[in-house]
Write a protein of this length. Structure first.
Length: 679
């Protein structure tokens, strides 16, 4: 640790070239004791250096206690932005107190931090001759730290949030288009010709019709509903209306989602909806043949990984007049800024999502702020869907899943009682029926392994032709897979999507992280099938193993979260046909693409289990939620809600009661200034 004393404010060794014999700039000494104290808060030495360098801008006018308090305040802001907030509230009994407690701050040191925050607020209102004036400023100031609405911002985040908030405010306040008789007659025609489902006609309900009408009239519309609430039916309804009115024309409409998997699922759902319309008119047939393409937001905006910038912006806007975006709860503040700046002045945008799901991995919770905005709600720009069509209330299993999701949102969990649908508690894996909500407690390592064995057997036995489909050699020619092969691939990939184990974290967590679970199933898969001759290394991907992309690859058009299967694929045609080899096969559009696992090295992992974050935008018949052995910071109400609502038929929750209770009580409430701007 002695080497730390030789570091300059810019992270350069003081004893380096050009620095010999020169005194270090005046300012606070580096707080070495903070390094170990920030580790439990998911910060590192680089964060301490950043806070120290900013604090040095105040010079040596303040006493050492205030200097340390300044570093602490900056670190607290860094903790909260690392958790996804845009700002740090400086009011009593706020996140600042919680962070200082977790930082194990002494009472006297905490009082100094509070006094410092008060002094910084006063300086922002009435500039004074103080070293703090070089660090703190009010809105519009060019200072490292900005204080606005009683909250502390890093200057970059304040500018970003203000820009996004101003653009959203203008879109919300834009006058709605007057009701067009042609649009109303087209909507009536669409309502009268709904698609057919297994249980009869799938008609738009009152809430969905209101959402379609709102989306056709406003510059911005937010459609908020739990998974399976019919948001895709609304998109299909909007497109069917536009196919009849041509305002705007279909070629000026774009469909997008934060992930490639969500974008593909959106397009497939629309195609299935259109195919199910029994009395399709000419407009529906034209739409089915010329449906707007669906892409990731990065691809829509023309992201260049080499330049780390987007092609489309305010100087080169998107050509489309209407942008429809699914899974909008995953859009962070920076991506929302890129999107809004790329819109044409007259363009309209529709956001679909579930504001109760996990917020974005990065900073912000824009969809949640929009849904809570009194301005947006009062102007009719937010449509809320209440009914779920994924887990049907008519089914006992679906009713239990919906009840559990609602209870989690209320901060509780349904128990076995007359008042709530029963949540069956199981002591042994053999007792699980895979119906509704079941709990395996206390979720010991022995219980988990017994359950994994049962889950593996269930997966191997539930599809009679599984072995035949896995042993086939699929042929990919220049035009892709043949239709018979594509049909078999659709069947087997859909089958594996029926089953998914979800974990709170990727690593550690006492063997409950997705890496450990994937390792268990890989070993069992090798044992049950024997090590394949074309993959002798037991650590290679085996035929039939589900896989997932973990990092975007723009050249191959594979994106973080895309899931597929490892199968035997022969590529080429005629004399150029290459022998069958294990390849990772992924859905794309209406067909599939295949790549050797070696080409995807470093961004491909097994997906018997995945984190709940990675599962956003997916749906499965049977879901297992594996809780950590002890309460962890990532386990929150939003994570539990997102996991439970991935299921259509059954959810099995494995883990201790106290861990579940702690997760239900903890929320990922993010401090954001958008609420102030949109109020």
């Amino acid at each position: 640790m002695s080497a730390i004393n030789s570091w300059s404010p810019h992270g350069c060794g003081a004893g380096g070239a050009g620095m010999a014999g020169k005194a270090a700039p005046a300012g606070p000494s580096f707080p070495r004791d903070f390094i170990s104290r920030v580790e439990p808060l998911d910060l590192g030495i680089e964060d301490v250096f950043l806070a120290w360098e900013v604090a040095r801008l105040a010079g040596d006018k303040s006493d050492p206690g205030q200097q340390r308090a300044l570093v602490l305040l900056i670190l607290a802001a860094r903790v909260l932005t690392g958790e996804g907030s845009t700002r740090l509230p400086l009011v009593p009994d706020s996140q600042l107190d919680r962070i200082l407690d977790e930082f194990k701050t002494a009472a006297a040191e905490k009082e100094t931090v509070v006094r410092l925050a008060d002094e910084a607020r006063k300086i922002c209102m009435e500039p004074a001759d103080s070293g703090l004036s070089a660090i703190f400023g009010g809105p519009g100031s060019y200072r490292p730290l900005i204080i606005d609405h009683g909250c502390l911002y890093f200057q970059k985040l304040h500018v970003l949030e203000a820009r996004v908030g101003s653009t959203l405010h203008n879109l919300i306040c834009s006058p709605a288009a007057s009701r067009d008789p042609n649009t109303e007659s087209a909507l009536a025609e669409v309502i009268a010709a709904p698609p057919a489902g297994p249980a009869g006609r799938i008609e738009l309900d009152t809430g969905q019709i209101a959402a379609v009408r709102a989306a056709l009239e406003g510059r911005i519309t937010v459609i908020n509903g739990r998974p399976g609430s019919g948001k895709t039916s609304i998109v299909a309804g909007i497109l069917r209306v536009l196919a009849r009115t041509g305002n705007p024309p279909l070629e000026s409409v774009a469909l997008a989602a934060p992930t490639g998997k969500a974008a593909d699922r959106m397009l497939r759902s629309i195609a299935d909806h259109l195919l199910a319309v029994p009395e399709a008119g000419d407009a529906d047939r034209r739409l089915a043949g010329a449906c707007p393409p669906s892409s990731t937001l990065h691809r829509l905006l023309g992201y260049s990984p080499g330049l780390d910038r987007f092609r489309h912006n305010e100087n080169n806007p998107l050509a489309e007049h209407l942008i429809i975006i699914d899974e909008s709860s995953m859009i962070d503040l920076a991506m929302m800024d890129h999107l809004l700046r790329a819109l044409r002045p007259e363009a309209r945008v529709i956001f679909l999502g579930d504001a109760d799901q996990l917020p974005p991995v990065e900073t912000g919770a824009v969809l949640r702020d929009l849904c809570r905005s009194p301005l947006a709600k009062n102007r009719g720009r937010v449509a809320v869907l209440e009914k779920s069509y994924r887990a049907r209330e008519e089914d006992s299993g679906g009713k239990s899943i919906l009840a559990a999701a609602d209870a989690i949102n209320r901060g509780s969990f349904p128990a076995e009682s007359d008042r709530e649908p029963a949540v069956a508690t199981r002591k042994q894996a053999q007792e699980i029926l895979f119906e509704g909500i079941e709990r395996l407690v206390p979720g010991s390592a022995e219980q988990r392994n017994e359950f994994f064995a049962r889950w593996h057997n269930l997966l191997c036995r539930s599809l009679p032709e599984l072995e035949e489909l896995l042993s086939k050699v699929y042929t990919a020619g220049p035009a892709g897979f043949t239709e018979p092969d594509a049909g078999n691939l659709r069947k087997i990939t859909a089958y594996f999507e029926r089953f998914k184990i979800l974990c709170a974290t990727r690593v550690t967590a006492g063997g409950t992280g997705s890496e450990a679970v994937n390792g268990w199933f890989h070993r069992r898969w090798v044992e049950s099938r024997g090590t394949a001759a074309d993959a002798p290394d037991p650590f290679d991907f085996q035929i039939g193993e589900p896989v997932m992309i973990t990092r975007n690859d723009y050249s191959l058009r594979l994106y973080n979260g895309d899931s597929g299967l490892v199968l035997r694929v022969a590529s080429g045609t005629g004399a150029g046909l290459r022998p069958a080899a294990p390849m990772a096969v992924f859905p794309r559009g209406g067909s599939f693409v295949a790549f050797p696992p070696g080409v995807l090295r470093g961004r491909l992992e097994r997906a018997w289990a995945t984190t709940v974050h990675k599962a956003q935008g997916s749906e499965h018949e049977n879901v297992v939620l594996l809780l950590p052995a002890t309460p962890l910071r990532p386990l929150t109400r939003e994570l539990l809600y997102t996991a439970v609502t991935r299921a259509k038929k059954s959810v099995v929750i494995i883990g201790p009661n106290d861990v579940l209770a702690a997760g239900v009580k903890r929320t990922m409430e993010r401090a954001s200034g958008l609420a102030d701007i949109l109020a």
